[in-house]
Design a protein around this ligand. Structure first.
Ligand SMILES: Cc1ncc(C[n+]2csc(CCOP(=O)(O)OP(=O)(O)O)c2C)c(N)n1
Ligand SMILES: [Mg+2]
Length: 183
């Protein structure tokens, strides 16, 4: 299973979600899986994606929000897990792409245990750990929100699209997508 296939399965399960993707594989795979959809790609702002997703979930409570994060990203912004546990947005799903590495910067090992679901469970959140494509849809269907899902996959070929896209373009496309359905 590769990252693009994982994100395709996530989007199939959450077709109307507003997605926030961290830098690295998360952005490239979301671009590939959504045919470059109007999602919020965080560019180089490592460690910020979950905090941003919490803001999107608060601003658009009637929409489902998907935070798609790399494992290195989550280590850098780990305090946001406690914000997640404190705010508990009922419309937010956090998915962590766990490849055990900082892949985009040359494949350095994470260097610390990537045990995010255990931390989230200790904080009172719904969690799942999956390593098979077929487990994704049933896991998402079974989880209350907010929830955090670790998806484990082996680092491999990079998803095609670049993770670096023009922030003002990302912003205007996402604002339009987020405004759909609002009065
Ligand atoms: C504050 C900060 N430190 C370091 C970097 C450099 N950097 C960019 S991506 C990345 C690794 C991301 O790892 P992960 O979130 O696991 O994504 P992956 O590349 O494995 O998909 C690093 C260290 C950065 N952009 N910002
Ligand atoms: Mg990684």
């Amino acid at each position: 299973m590769d990252a693009t296939a994982i994100v395709r399965a996530l989007l199939a399960a959450e077709p109307d979600a507003l997605a926030v993707a961290s830098l690295g594989t998360a952005t490239s795979a979301l671009r590939a899986a959504s045919d470059d959809g109007p999602h919020l790609y965080m560019g180089g702002a490592m460690g910020s994606a979950l905090a941003v997703a919490l803001g999107v979930a608060e601003a658009r409570p009637e929409r489902r929000v998907l935070a798609l994060l790399g494992d290195g990203e989550v280590l850098m912004g780990a305090g946001s897990l406690w914000s997640l546990a404190g705010i508990r947005p009922p419309n937010l799903l956090v998915v962590i792409l766990c490849d055990g590495h900082y892949s985009i910067t040359g494949g350095q090992p994470l260097g610390a245990p990537g045990r995010f679901a255990e931390v989230a469970a200790a904080l009172g959140l719904g969690t799942a750990v999956v390593s098979d494509l077929g487990e994704i849809a049933p896991s998402l269907a079974a989880l209350p929100r907010p929830a955090l899902v670790e998806v484990h996959y082996a680092p491999g070929e990079w998803p095609g699209p670049s993770p670096f896209i023009d922030p003002p373009v990302v912003r205007s496309r996402f604002e339009q997508a987020a405004a759909e359905g609002s009065s």
